[in-house]
Design a protein around this ligand. Structure first.
Ligand SMILES: Nc1ncnc2c1ncn2[C@@H]1O[C@H](COP(=O)(O)OP(=O)(O)O)[C@@H](O)[C@H]1O
Ligand SMILES: [Mg+2]
Length: 274
């Protein structure tokens, strides 16, 4: 039976409206995670669910385990020989510690940006195509496309498009950091881990990276370590406050900063220690 537009029964308003997403997917579920460096108990009973396509900030004083925690999420921490881990981390519902889990696959899904920009001593172009080439992409046209897309995604294309073959070391610190973000985007990750990505940058570059993070969360789930509380308040949706290897409080960023549930969080955010 063919119906014209006129004949078709009108949908009720409520039916045409998109249902709001109430159940945010979690990219990571961290369950009773403990980590030791030799005898040093660096992470204690961590339970955190990391939401998809949001910015999750990790804050806390120096030495509280922030870097250790995010390096556990991509299993990079295992490069330290004395490390022991207990508990579980589920990434997209798979336990990343189970023996059959392929860590190489995890690394293609989870990109990382470090405190100090660390481009390779190669051209801007070669920096971006490094990951894709490892994954076997050789076609020049495809690589060119990846380069443009990634550099655009990292908000640095306009600045470097005419000097792609120049060495990355010739860029400013802020540009190098955005290039490192582009290098990360080139592998089309699901999650981006950032460990104090702006702490070596000037205020203007910091602002650019912060704006970029806001832009990137449309497509990626971002976990950012920062010791800058204003930064966490500005750019994150959720915040976890770490203290001596424990999560003291994990909640919506607005809530954590305006109405902390724990006295220790309050002391920290009001600058009483740390
Ligand atoms: N490679 C390592 N070997 C031994 N201990 C480490 C190592 N890395 C970090 N630690 C210890 O783990 C604790 C947490 O460190 P870290 O995760 O770097 O903290 P944060 O990033 O919050 O400053 C500290 O006590 C630190 O000394
Ligand atoms: Mg650190």
């Amino acid at each position: 039976m063919n119906m014209t537009v006129k004949d078709r029964p009108k949908k009720k308003q409520t039916e045409t409206k998109k249902t709001p997403i109430v159940n945010v997917e979690n990219v990571y579920k961290v369950n009773q995670l403990n980590l030791w460096y030799g005898e040093d108990h660096a992470l204690k009973d961590i339970n955190l669910d990391i939401p998809e396509k949001q910015v999750t900030a990790i804050i806390g004083p120096s030495g509280c385990g922030k870097s250790t925690f995010i390096k556990t999420l991509n299993r990079m921490v295992e490069t330290v020989p004395s490390v022991k881990v207990s508990g579980g981390i589920q990434y997209r519902n798979q336990n990343i510690f189970q023996p059959s889990y392929k860590v190489e696959e995890l690394r293609t899904q989870v990109g990382m940006v470090f405190q100090k920009p660390n481009p390779f001593p190669k051209s801007i172009y070669e920096n971006v195509v490094y990951g894709p080439k490892i994954h076997g992409i050789r076609d020049k046209k495809t690589l060119d496309k990846i380069v443009e897309k990634s550099l655009r995604g990292a908000a640095i294309w306009e600045e470097v498009k005419d000097r792609l073959n120049e060495n990355a070391y010739g860029l400013s610190g802020g540009q190098q950091q955005r290039l490192c973000i582009a290098r990360c985007l080139a592998i089309e990750p699901d999650v981006i881990l950032m460990d104090e990505p702006t702490s070596a940058l000037d205020p203007i570059s910091t602002l650019k990276v912060e704006e970029l993070v806001q832009e990137l969360k449309k497509d990626y789930s971002i976990i950012i370590v920062t010791h800058n509380m204003q930064q966490a308040a500005r750019i994150s949706d959720k915040t976890a406050f770490f203290l001596t290897g424990e999560v003291v409080e994990f909640s919506n960023t607005n809530e954590l900063f305006s109405n902390p549930a724990d006295k220790r969080t309050e002391d920290y955010i009001t600058g009483r220690f740390g």
